[in-house]
Design a protein around this ligand. Structure first.
Ligand SMILES: Nc1ncnc2c1ncn2[C@@H]1O[C@H](COP(=O)(O)OP(=O)(O)OP(=O)(O)O)[C@@H](O)[C@H]1O
Length: 836
């Protein structure tokens, strides 16, 4: 028994030195959690030391692979459940393999081991002794002298491994410090090989298991005394840092110098060792050879992002050049636009008319424009136009057993909801449209194939490279695709600046709407947005308007002013859902964290010491709090950025709390979700939130502090995105210089190569990047059959339209089409050594 198994003394109220246990056969598994090892079992008790006088007992705990009708030894403690009475809460368990001669013979000749009779079982025990099972597991060749039939020997080994190995694996994973969720994920990946894999190369976990970072793997490696200069360690650190750089900056590639510098720092600080720079440079090249990264000129990409950019370009070319022009004449389009304008009582201006015409006759079309310029109006118009020109009904009741021919989608739940409201038609998140969970690892995810004639994506600026590639892959060639967004908003959270890059391409038809229509109600927020977009603050910026005001203050005054403004808003009837504080950073006197506490105490103060509340991570959660969900949880139908309200808090100590665990229940628009402690890191108070998290949402009143402390973040697109979240009232606070700085600080473009790929693919210029000595390759699959050669098989021809997933290019690098070493030649340690 490992030390992990004896971890319950402290829970034993009566006798500090006794390990409580139950031995018994599992009669039934009452409950088995889908995403962890948690199970509730009914056990027929054969032995125990907990003063239990009944035949059966309910045992709960984290168990990997419990077999019914198998005997286990559970260690833990008995607890009294308010509803179900006494249960045994197991901290650990072990398959109870019999150790006496007769027990062992009975076990081996029992129903678990097909084809093994009593006589053979006796022979095994007589030959190998009473610890036969351990010996066999250690060295299966010991069975040879017994002379078992091959199939019997195989079953015997497999069963012994299942019965005895899994618990050991889970115990081993626990010893490495993995909790139930991660242990389940790791076991699911490596099965019976789990501990071997970890012992051999714990750094594999970084690549294979989401949620295991370099530092965790490095800790295990230290435990295992793995050499800090080991290749596997250097490679894992390099991959971690490429990811980090791309995630942090939103770039799709990096270059050798910053990458190698950051990696060096990670490697040296984590284990206090000096790393040989030449070895690190060598491993970068090895990673390229292993197709995990790609070098192109001086750029270094993760293979997935590299391929995604190429594939986006190729899919767009496939769509643009698809042979799907119906017989819609220009005249018919003009006539239909007239009908639609009349029905909506609008006179479209020139660029709007042009947008409608172009969009409805293009295979792919991009529409951008600031707030109030008519993007939604055009989406509505296009839906009506499409319906008229293709003679389809917009009555969703007529599509009970067939798909609706127009697909509307947006990157977030809130944006999709707005789209549905403004069009009166079904709209969904892109993830839901594609049947994705949001936990996808890479661009190779299988998705649903889309069905219909027209796809409109709103809030396109929020769509990242990977998601866009997955989306395009699912679009059949006959489908028209219209991408709508505001190019001046912040780019996606994930890598890339897809909408920006697409708009840079002359090969994609596009229109920018510039005339502002939503001004009739004397809104001054929209003109402010347009002024900011054009790089200036209006003259009247500090003059209070009906719908916006500016309050000059420093960082240390922000909190107090927000307090006053929110208290006043509350007294005027504003609810916490309607008032949103936005800020660029979490820390500091004017940061999100501090403002959350302040505003929480106005909208939802703790009224008495006896009121239920739970503290977590410096936040105090109370019933009635507005909270933000931070990750995608498709199993609960809640997604990153969803805002909800706490409707219940259950404390473990509550008399009536059957779960005996601390829990928070939150009502979202769509459903209620209960979070156990392990999931609280998915939540944060949402009275104040980051501008990035607010993308795709709008609020009646927005309060925005900008102070010099946020200097690092102050950029034009950040300010622009923040103020365009305000529907009716905008309160700006801070100092003029910070606002001026934001406006003049033109947003820095991310490092991406999508525009370049579009140009290369559309121009048919798919030649090898110009690198001396690089193996000559064709960078992307051409739609023309590739010349046959011995080494590279002929490229399959482009798939015919609408034939399932649109996988034009096989994994480029993997298929040997791209030399992963391009750009890697000649990388020398001095290229990335810190400057003296
Ligand atoms: N040609 C037009 N004539 C009159 N009103 C118009 C015209 N185009 C748009 N509008 C009106 O202007 C307002 C803003 O338009 P719309 O909501 O389509 O803009 P938007 O670009 O989607 O704005 P946002 O991005 O802020 O949601 C709406 O009330 C709309 O009816």
């Amino acid at each position: 028994m490992t030390s992990d198994q004896v971890n319950l003394f402290s829970n034993n109220p009566t006798n500090e030195s006794v390990t409580h246990f139950i031995v018994g056969k599992v009669a039934a598994v009452f409950f088995s959690s889908a995403d962890s090892f948690y199970k509730v079992l009914l056990v027929k008790v054969s032995e125990q030391n907990i003063d239990w006088h009944e035949d059966e007992i309910v045992v709960t705990g984290n168990f990997a692979d419990i077999q019914e009708e198998t005997t286990y030894r559970f260690t833990g403690r008995s607890v009294r459940h308010p509803k179900y009475g006494v249960q045994f809460q197991a901290d650990n368990y072990q398959n109870q393999t019999p150790t006496s001669r007769s027990g062992l013979i009975a076990y081996l000749s029992g129903s678990d081991f097909q084809g093994l009779g009593r006589r053979t079982a006796e022979r095994i025990v007589d030959t190998l002794g009473e610890d036969a099972i351990d010996k066999i597991l250690e060295d299966p060749t010991l069975l040879k002298p017994i002379g078992l039939r091959a199939s019997v020997e195989k079953t015997l080994l497999e069963t012994l491994r299942v019965n005895n190995g899994l618990e050991q694996t889970i115990i081993g994973l626990n010893a490495y410090g993995f909790g139930s969720r991660l242990a389940a994920a790791i076991y699911a990946r490596y099965q019976g090989d789990t501990l071997n894999v970890i012992q051999e190369n714990p750094y594999r976990l970084v690549e294979d298991i989401k949620g295991v970072g370099f530092k965790k793997a490095d800790q295990i490696a230290t435990q295992l005394k793995i050499d800090p200069q080991a290749d596997s360690r250097l490679k894992a650190a390099l991959l971690t840092e490429i990811n980090e750089v791309c995630v942090q900056n939103g770039d799709t590639y990096t270059t050798a110098k910053p990458l190698l510098n950051a990696t060096m720092q990670l490697l040296e600080s984590a284990r206090h060792v000096q790393i040989d720079p030449q070895k690190l440079a060598d491993q970068l090249v090895t990673l390229a050879k292993e197709n995990k990264i790609v070098g192109d000129e001086n750029r270094i990409y993760l293979s997935d992002l590299y391929e995604s950019e190429w594939k986006i370009a190729e899919h767009l070319k496939r769509l643009v050049e698809a042979d799907n022009d119906g017989n819609v004449t220009e005249k018919a389009v003009e006539r239909a636009i007239g009908h639609v304008a009349k029905a909506s009582h609008l006179t479209y201006d020139n660029s709007q008319t042009q947008a409608l015409k172009s969009a409805i006759t293009s295979h792919v079309f991009l529409l951008t424009g600031g707030p109030g310029t008519g993007k939604t109006t055009i989406i509505r118009g296009l839906v009506a136009l499409f319906a008229e020109l293709h003679d389809v009904s917009l009555d969703i009741n007529q599509y009970k057993d067939k798909p609706f021919p127009i697909l509307l989608a947006a990157p977030t739940g809130r944006a999709a909801k707005r789209m549905a409201e403004t069009t009166g038609l079904p709209a969904s998140t892109i993830h839901r449209l594609l049947g994705l969970t949001g936990r996808e690892d890479g661009p190779e995810e299988p998705t649903k194939d889309l069905d219909g004639g027209l796809l409109i994506i709103d809030e396109m600026s929020m769509v990242d490279t990977t998601l866009f590639q997955i989306l395009l892959q699912a679009v059949p060639s006959h489908m028209q695709v219209i991408l709508v967004g505001d190019k001046d908003q912040l780019p996606s959270v994930g890598a890339g600046q897809v909408f920006h890059d697409l708009l840079e391409s002359p090969s994609l038809p596009q229109i920018e709407l510039n005339t502002i229509y939503r001004q009739d109600d004397s809104s001054s927020i929209i003109p402010l947005a347009h002024a900011i977009k054009n790089g200036r603050l209006p003259e009247d910026f500090t003059v209070n308007q009906k719908d916006r005001s500016f309050i000059a203050c420093n960082a240390y005054q922000v909190n107090h002013i927000v307090e006053q403004v929110v208290a006043k808003a509350k007294s005027k009837g504003f609810t916490s859902e309607q008032v949103q504080i936005l800020a660029p950073m979490y820390r500091g006197a004017a940061g999100i964290d501090q403002l959350n506490i302040t505003v929480q105490n106005i909208f939802n103060p703790l009224k008495s010491a006896r009121q239920k509340h739970l503290e977590y991570n410096g936040q105090d959660f109370r019933v009635g709090d507005k909270v933000l969900h931070l990750v995608n949880s498709p199993e609960d139908n809640v997604f990153n950025g969803d805002i909800g309200k706490i409707v219940g808090i259950d404390l473990a100590s509550d008399k009536h709390n059957e779960s005996k665990k601390d829990q928070i229940t939150i009502a979202f628009d769509q459903n209620e979700v209960t979070y156990g402690r392990a999931d609280w890191n998915r939540l944060t108070l949402a009275y104040s939130m980051s501008i990035h998290k607010s993308q795709g949402s709008q609020f009646k009143m927005v309060i925005l502090p900008l102070v010099p402390q946020f200097a690092r973040m102050l950029q034009r697109n950040l300010l622009y995105t923040a103020i365009t979240r305000a529907e009716e009232t905008l309160i700006l606070l801070g100092d003029m210089q910070s606002f001026e700085r934001s406006v003049t600080n033109e947003s820095v473009n991310r490092q991406t190569t999508l525009t370049k790929r579009l140009q290369q693919v559309f121009d048919g210029d798919q030649a090898t990047p110009a690198v001396p000595d690089a193996t000559p390759t064709s960078a992307v699959a051409s739609t023309e059959p590739a010349p046959e050669s011995e080494s590279a098989p002929a490229e399959p021809e482009a798939q015919p339209a609408d034939s399932g997933p649109h996988e034009l290019t096989p994994a480029l690098v993997v298929a040997g089409k791209i030399d992963p070493m391009i750009g890697m030649q000649g990388i020398k340690p001095e290229d990335f050594m810190p400057q003296a």
